[in-house]
Design a protein around this ligand. Structure first.
Ligand SMILES: Nc1ncnc2c1ncn2[C@@H]1O[C@H](COP(=O)(O)OP(=O)(O)OP(=O)(O)O)[C@@H](O)[C@H]1O
Ligand SMILES: [Mg+2]
Length: 282
């Protein structure tokens, strides 16, 4: 579990994160959503210690990370895996070397043991026979999977993914989302995902924190989001008319109003003009 308490962060005179608090549980995908520039990456970087918040606390195992000494911070960092926005692979290193990097940094394992672990995680993200390839030889989806393999290679308790689906087609996005969800449950990881992908929200959003101009505007689950009356959230999530209709349908489904196919047909037809049979020719 990670607890975020009253985080504030400014750059110069511009306040980016305003008093944000959240509880993110283990074995769950915790999503931070919001429009571009709403502060998702800055909040995530405050959580992992890449930015120092101006005030507030980030608790790992109940201990405030921001107030820890360098040694304790290093211990927590070993438990954190991060998939950066844009994958951030080392271009001059092969897939294998990229994934091995955290092992070389944080362990004293033999090359053979590291190699075994690398192969294990590459298999876990369904990337076999890619060990010797360079990032420039990979598709976008493959790059994300390498980045995910690198993020989980140290068996993290906390996994941070910043826009894991950006630039991917909807089907490949779904593969990545499901992989993140499976890994989260399998290893009981506290996973935090930044996204503005509506599909991800519905697919994996156990907990969703909606950021609006640096504030926590809404929080809840992917079930609750269907019923949300927050106008800003609805305008963001259900941006198109099609998605607004989909939301209405899901609401009806969830409330059990559509209990069978017949009711569904009646509902779909409710605005259709009644067909009056033409009078018989006499
Ligand atoms: N290092 C920095 N120095 C100054 N301002 C920054 C810095 N990093 C981010 N910002 C500002 O903070 C605001 C929030 O940026 P952030 O990257 O968190 O947005 P985001 O929600 O992740 O957007 P996106 O969806 O585009 O990734 C932006 O106005 C950005 O210009
Ligand atoms: Mg971002």
């Amino acid at each position: 579990m990670i607890e975020v308490k009253n985080i504030h962060k400014s750059f110069g005179d511009k306040t980016i994160i305003k008093d944000v608090s959240a509880v993110m549980k283990a074995g769950q995908c915790n999503l931070i959503i919001g429009t571009s520039g709403s502060g998702k990456t800055v909040l995530m970087k405050c959580m992992v210690g890449l930015f120092a918040p101006d005030s507030g606390e980030v608790l790992y195992h109940g201990q405030d990370f921001t107030a820890m000494n360098a040694e304790d911070k290093t211990e927590i960092r070993k438990e954190i895996g991060m998939l950066f926005q844009g994958a951030a692979l080392f271009d001059s290193l092969t897939v294998e070397q990229n994934v091995m990097f955290p092992l070389s940094m944080f362990t004293k394992w033999t090359f053979r043991k590291k190699h075994e672990r690398v192969n294990e995680v590459l298999a876990r993200v369904n990337l076999v026979d890619a060990n010797k390839k360079f990032p420039s030889e990979l598709s976008g989806g493959m790059k994300k999977r390498v980045a995910l393999a690198r993020a989980i290679v140290l068996n993290p308790k906390f996994l941070f993914c910043d826009e894991p689906n950006s630039g991917l087609d909807p089907q490949t996005s779904l593969v990545i989302d499901r992989l993140i969800k499976e890994i989260t449950i399998e290893y009981n990881i506290t996973t935090v995902v930044n996204t503005h992908d509506m599909n991800s929200v519905m697919e994996i959003g156990n907990y969703i924190l909606y950021m609006y101009q640096g504030n926590k505007e809404w929080e809840g689950t992917n079930k609750e989001i269907i019923f949300s009356k927050n106008q800003r959230l609805n305008d963001f999530i259900f941006a198109s008319e099609f998605l607004k209709d989909a939301k209405d349908m899901r609401m009806l489904e969830e409330t059990g109003k559509i209990s069978n196919e017949r009711n569904m047909e009646e509902l779909l037809d409710k605005d259709a003009p009644t067909l009056v049979p033409p009078p018989d020719d006499e």
